[in-house]
Design a protein around this ligand. Structure first.
Ligand SMILES: Cc1ncc(COP(=O)(O)O)c(C=O)c1O
Length: 393
């Protein structure tokens, strides 16, 4: 038994939550159990909330900037969790990782240049490339025997053929749940170095790694590879702080960093959100015990979903995740079209998941399930799915 409570179901309706309250706008209905967008239905522990209460009590919220303690806290976190030394001047704060990706695209490419992604992948990568007038180039991950891997030859061929300037790596990978090994990262790093490709390494999910797997931070690769990269980190997934809008973007190479910072400033972004700053510092300073229990709880949720599917819904294949709280479900064996699968999930099972066609055309018959919810919520979701499927047959 741990000391933190992840079992209590806390209502989030009426808090302007995108996950819960945007249903009428996005779905035109309000009867779905939301297990979609990547935030968690867990409350932060009191020791972190205390610092936020203290900041609120002060009552003055003028422009803020991180002080020495902020950087020391960050340094200790990355040193203790990931065994690398973070230099203070590597860091640029942005209001989020997607914002930073947009800036990186503009900093490292010209309009019309090609930027490469590995679908199925988090949809805003493509949106940012397209939105900034660059060309999206895909190197599809290979799905074989229920698992995903990179296609290294195809990756290099595509870089050459399309004169790719920028690669956006999702590490760990959302939605397929891969935690790339050091060997895999070294291979793509070598290819990117050979062809002068800048790497945006989105490591936002790096704190969620399941037992038996090991996360390799890009910045622990040899220095010549570390220098190729803009590494996106954030406490927002780890500590459920997305609404407080703060990411730490790490860039060891000085020239690359100043190009990136020019783009951030050109957007008019300067002093960060005061509450985001306070929350980040408190979370990285005091949050580790909570995080450890959270990961064990998520592992229990994963066990529950895995067992339920194997015993009751073998037509749905779990793509075994190595990390992240996003579970990728292969629903191909249900024998439905995408439209029919939507009807099954929404009209019959009353579940709001992220549909696979958002991540790539090839994965139209997949669903992404967010398991960062109390176990009772997942049990309800699985029962609703079982009933919907049993009624169909
Ligand atoms: C891979 C990945 N990157 C970035 C984000 C969002 O980051 P932010 O809210 O900081 O823009 C998400 C959220 O789901 C994500 O999964």
């Amino acid at each position: 038994m741990g000391i933190y409570d992840f079992d209590t179901v806390i209502g989030r309706e009426g808090t302007d939550s995108v996950k819960f309250d945007a249903a009428p706008r996005l779905k035109g209905r309000n009867d779905l159990l939301p297990l979609w967008v990547a935030d968690m239905d867990f409350r932060l522990p009191d020791e972190i909330l205390e610092d936020l209460h203290c900041r609120v009590k002060h009552g003055i919220f003028g422009y803020t900037e991180p002080g020495a303690e902020y950087y020391e806290t960050l340094q200790s976190w990355f040193q203790e969790q990931y065994r690398y030394r973070l230099e203070t001047d590597w860091n640029t704060i942005t209001p989020g990782v997607v914002f930073a990706i947009g800036c990186a695209i503009r900093a490292c490419t010209e309009p019309g240049d090609a930027a490469l992604i590995q679908p199925p992948v988090y949809p805003p990568f493509a949106k940012m490339i397209r939105g900034n007038g660059r060309k999206i180039v895909n190197s599809q991950l290979v799905y074989e025997n229920g698992a995903y891997r990179m296609d290294f030859d195809g990756f290099e061929r595509t870089i050459l053929a399309e004169k790719v300037k920028l690669f956006i790596l999702c590490s760990p990978h959302n939605p397929v749940g891969r935690v790339w090994t050091e060997e895999e990262l070294l291979r793509i790093a070598g290819i990117c170095e050979r062809h002068g490709v800048t790497v945006v390494a989105d490591e936002i999910h790096c704190d969620f790694i399941y037992p038996g797997h090991h996360f390799t931070p890009w910045l622990t690769l040899p220095e010549r590879y570390a220098r190729l990269a803009i590494v996106c980190t954030s406490p927002s997934k780890t500590f459920n702080l997305a609404g407080l809008q703060l990411a730490n973007i790490l860039i060891p190479d000085e020239t690359l960093r100043s190009r990136f910072q020019r783009e951030v400033h050109a957007c008019g972004y300067g002093p960060p959100n005061a509450m985001g700053l306070a929350a980040t510092e408190a979370a990285y300073r005091k949050g580790l015990p909570w995080l450890k229990e959270l990961i064990a709880y998520l592992n229990g949720n994963l066990d529950f979903v895995r067992t339920f599917l194997a015993e009751k819904l073998p037509q749905i294949r779990l793509v075994e995740p190595e990390g992240t709280y996003l579970i990728w479900l292969d629903c191909t064996s249900l024998g439905l079209t995408r439209k029919q699968l939507n009807r099954l999930m929404e009209d019959k099972a009353k579940l709001w998941l992220d549909h696979g066609d958002r991540f790539s055309a090839e994965t139209a018959l997949f669903e992404r399930l967010n398991i960062a919810a109390p176990r009772a919520v997942l049990e309800r979701a699985m029962r609703q799915l079982e009933t919907a499927i049993s009624k169909r047959t």
